[in-house]
Ligand binder design. Structure first.
Ligand code: DON
Length: 306
């Protein structure tokens, strides 16, 4: 790369005019997002972050919180205990489907909503619940980002007003005994997890912490163990982009996770962390221009895993 990195990133954003898709409209606060926002950030494993575009605009992390909640559950409860409750197979279905392994109450993976609601219940010591568990999550995600993250209360309340489907999913796992707590409280706390505010630079640092085997390259803090980071990256690779995961892995080739507010986080093990932001989504619920930006970065910098 001959041009300075920020100029290169600006050039990448300028080239990403492919503009299909629509801002998520099922949650009023998310529907109000400016559809034209566009940003990208990269964090290297020696802790330098480069960014361009709307890199100081905050948005809710949404489903990008799922791999980090999974990481904390693995760290707090151990691999075997978490695997007993939540699987690691791609569902092939939309992110909000009732994707349980046949004849069981075990969600297929922690990246879809039913698996993420269940995974939320596994964070912290057994018995930790409600606000105390949410604080463990907020602190955990903040350690990945290297700064204190806060909840967007307006998005939380707005999303709770239309959370019928997540409530149904939580009642489903409660009826199977996969979770044992009040589904309404569980969905509220899971939704609080999704309502943490980040910008693309946060996403890039969070991704770089996974890529750096669990050590935040900016703060130097070991947030989770290397085995935990490997497990999370593996599940992101196969399940992170939902029913577009196969296309994503073959074209972009980077373990990744998308969020309904328009973020995408990509983590290339041993190499780099990536964050993108653009609110218009494709039919899989992935940011249209975010996907384009990641395709371009992967191609230009030879980031494909294979
Ligand atoms: O639970 C939900 O449906 C939202 N809080 C998060 C969904 C999401 O981000 C899907 N991603 N593209």
């Amino acid at each position: 790369m001959r041009t300075p990195v920020p100029d290169y990133l600006q050039e990448v954003l300028g080239g990403c005019t492919a503009d299909g898709g629509a801002v998520a409209d099922d949650v009023p606060e998310l529907a109000a997002a400016d559809p034209d926002r566009l940003a990208v950030a990269l964090t290297t494993l020696d802790g330098v972050t480069y960014s361009a575009g709307d890199d100081d605009v905050l948005f809710t992390v949404q489903s990008i919180s799922k791999p980090f909640a999974y990481a904390l559950a693995l760290q707090d409860r151990g691999l075997a205990a978490v695997l007993e409750v939540v699987g690691t197979e791609p569902s092939g279905d939309a992110f909000n489907e009732i994707s349980l392994e046949p004849g069981t109450g075990r969600p297929r993976n922690p990246m879809i909503n039913i698996g993420a609601i269940t995974t939320h219940s596994l964070v912290g010591e057994p018995g930790l619940a409600g606000a105390a568990r949410s604080e463990r999550l907020r602190r955990g995600l903040s350690a990945f980002a290297g700064r204190e993250l806060v909840v967007d209360e307006a998005v939380l309340e707005s999303e709770m007003g239309t959370a019928h489907r997540n409530l149904a999913l939580a009642h489903m796992v409660r009826s199977r005994g996969t979770v044992t707590e009040d589904p309404t409280v569980l969905v509220r706390e899971y939704t609080r997890q999704c309502a943490l505010l980040v910008d693309v630079r946060d996403l890039a640092v969070m991704a770089a912490t996974l890529a750096h085997h669990g050590v935040n390259p900016v703060t130097g803090e070991r947030v989770v163990g290397a085995r935990v980071a490997r497990q999370v990256l593996s599940v992101m690779a196969t399940c992170g982009m939902y029913d577009a995961a196969g296309d994503w892995l073959s074209v972009v080739g980077i373990p990744a996770k998308s969020g309904v507010a328009g973020g995408i986080l990509g983590a290339l093990p041993g190499e780099v962390g990536i964050g993108t932001f653009s609110p218009r989504l494709d039919r899989f619920g992935n940011s249209t221009r975010g996907v384009r930006v990641c395709e371009r970065l992967s191609e230009d910098m030879g980031l494909h895993l294979m």
